[in-house]
Design a protein around this ligand. Structure first.
Ligand code: NG6
Ligand code: CA
Length: 512
């Protein structure tokens, strides 16, 4: 079901053969022209969770190294404050809020990005790159919810939207099916123990977390997550069968990091694009024993260390193979941080002085800054200027910017919301976007100075996750330069500014 890609034309320059310069003493001119690109997308890691962003309560030396030898952004934003819309927007360059079916996906959701859409994977593939998607997917698989053949070839899937190779978790760690899917087939599946998945009804005879707390030997829920029990952890959704294929939570980081390393090592002599989406630090947080207990902050902190280790593995694989200088890495997170996201993992009790959200208000799920202001590092020694950039940037522009970098021309139908800011991402320019659009319970628009949050009827506070959601029936306006923590709503004092931003947001909404 591989599709043609009518939307992308390739400029001939990108087809220059790619040769790996293993011998650093060689006098031969560098033949490599097109850089490899790796997007490392963390899950729920907040701005303050990485030591390079200032909170030195937990140390992330590998990430910090990328920051120190690359460009660290202080005002970079995911498009949305939850995973599915955030990732959809990043991979398509199309705002998720333009559609009404891009909310947090179930584990049996149909593939949200349709094969006829152009993704960043398509852009790279058509430019002659080998493309891979490894780790958390959460963008649905198959045609329609609940219709996947988990025991056969699951289609459509990543290969239909630009990824030559895929090794993914269908949704999240806390959603069934708890199996890896490699090139659209469940890994290690015993045909005599077929998998069945439902988000509607439990399977007869399968114990549920809500009825069998004694079986929750690894983690118990704090809210929700009381359905299928897999490996001593209850999850969202119902599942039966596939015992041999079930992942082991403590090995997820090892499994996907090893696959990422293998993908790089298989593509040493040709350009590659890798979307590496970690499971860390999403719930359930069950880090490997190598990391368990090491942060002093419980599993949430340990999962940050595990994430940092994964980043270190990628860096050392590039180094070992002489690819560091020809590989552009973008490291970011899909949305802001949450401490208690539904399991009793002591994240709240052991947080201490650590501020996952840094100086910002809110967190995952929130319209306030910490919902979408995420860590963002671009690294490519020699090509990216070292330092810190305060430019206002958004994940929405990664697509068009990388397309420009590799010389892939996009027709107007592709990545309609994405603009080319490659010079800013490489640190050659300081100028960022004039404004960004963000999505949580409401839509917001921010410039460097002002943030307008449109009125909404959504909840004000989520007591389960202890999140200030930033919804209000009144328009909200904050001065982000004077009031980083969004404490004073000045919409009434600045009616013109409020109206102006509202009008721009309306314009964006009605655009296209
Ligand atoms: C919520 C889950 C939360 C997490 C989130 C998605 C409950 C009570 N909460 O509905 O645990 O899975 O969805 O997170 O079920 S995300 O980072 O993938 O968007
Ligand atoms: Ca997330």
């Amino acid at each position: 079901m591989k599709k043609q890609h009518p939307f992308i034309k390739c400029s001939p320059v990108v087809l220059i053969p790619f040769v790996v310069a293993c011998n650093h003493n060689s006098n031969k001119a560098e033949v490599k022209k097109t850089p490899n690109v790796i997007i490392i997308c963390a899950d729920d890691i907040g701005y303050g969770d990485l030591s390079c962003n200032g909170e030195r309560t937990i140390l992330t030396p590998h990430v910090d190294r990328l920051a120190n030898t690359g460009l660290r952004f202080t005002d970079a934003h995911a498009v949305a404050a939850t995973s599915t819309p955030s990732r959809y927007s990043l991979l398509t360059g199309h705002y998720a809020w333009r559609r009404n079916d891009t909310g947090i996906a179930t584990g049996d959701a149909g593939m949200i990005i349709r094969p006829e859409q152009t993704t960043i994977g398509d852009a790279f593939r058509n430019a002659g790159y080998t493309t891979g998607a490894i780790g958390k997917w959460h963008l649905g698989l198959g045609t329609e919810q609940g219709t996947q053949d988990w025991n056969g070839f699951i289609t459509p899937g990543p290969e239909d939207i630009g990824f030559d190779y895929s090794y993914i978790m269908a949704a999240t760690g806390d959603r069934v099916p708890c199996v890896f899917v490699e090139n659209q087939r469940v890994v290690n599946l015993d045909p005599n123990d077929p998998i069945a998945v439902s988000y509607k009804e439990p399977f007869q005879g399968e114990p549920l977390g809500k009825d069998h707390p004694e079986m929750l030997t690894v983690l118990k829920p704090s809210h929700g997550h009381d359905m299928a029990i897999v490996n001593g952890v209850s999850r969202i959704g119902y599942m039966k069968g596939g015992k041999q294929a079930l992942w082991k939570d403590e090995n997820i980081a090892d499994s996907i990091t090893n696959k990422a390393v293998q993908f790089i090592e298989k593509n040493l002599d040709k350009p590659f694009f890798l979307y590496f989406a970690t499971n860390d630090i999403h719930v359930p947080r069950v880090p490997h024993p190598r990391f368990a207990g090491k942060s002093g902050m419980g599993p949430r902190g340990d999962a940050i260390l595990e994430f940092d280790w994964s980043v270190g593995q990628i860096i050392s694989t590039l180094e070992k193979n002489g690819l560091t200088e020809n590989t552009l890495i973008i490291l970011s997170s899909d949305n802001g941080p949450v401490v208690d996201d539904g399991y009793q993992d002591q994240a709240v009790e052991l947080l201490g002085e650590h501020r996952p959200w840094g100086d910002f208000r809110g967190g995952k799920y929130s319209n306030f800054e910490a919902g979408t202001r995420v860590p963002f590092i671009v690294n490519c020694p020699g090509k990216v200027k070292e330092g810190v950039s305060d430019a206002l940037v958004s994940h929405i522009d990664i697509f068009a910017s990388l397309a420009k970098l590799i010389g892939a021309e996009l027709t107007p139908e592709a990545a309609i919301d994405s603009k080319n800011y490659i010079e800013t991402f490489l640190g050659k320019e300081q100028k960022g976007r004039e404004y960004i659009v963000e999505q949580a319970g409401a839509l917001s628009i921010s410039t460097k100075e002002w943030k307008y949050i449109s009125p909404s009827n959504g909840g004000v506070f989520n007591k389960n996750t202890n999140t200030e959601l930033g919804n209000s029936k009144e328009p909200q306006l904050y001065n982000l330069l004077k009031d980083k923590g969004e404490k004073n709503n000045v919409a009434k004092e600045y009616p013109d500014k409020t109206e102006q931003l509202k009008a721009i947001l309306e314009g964006e909404r009605n655009n296209k």
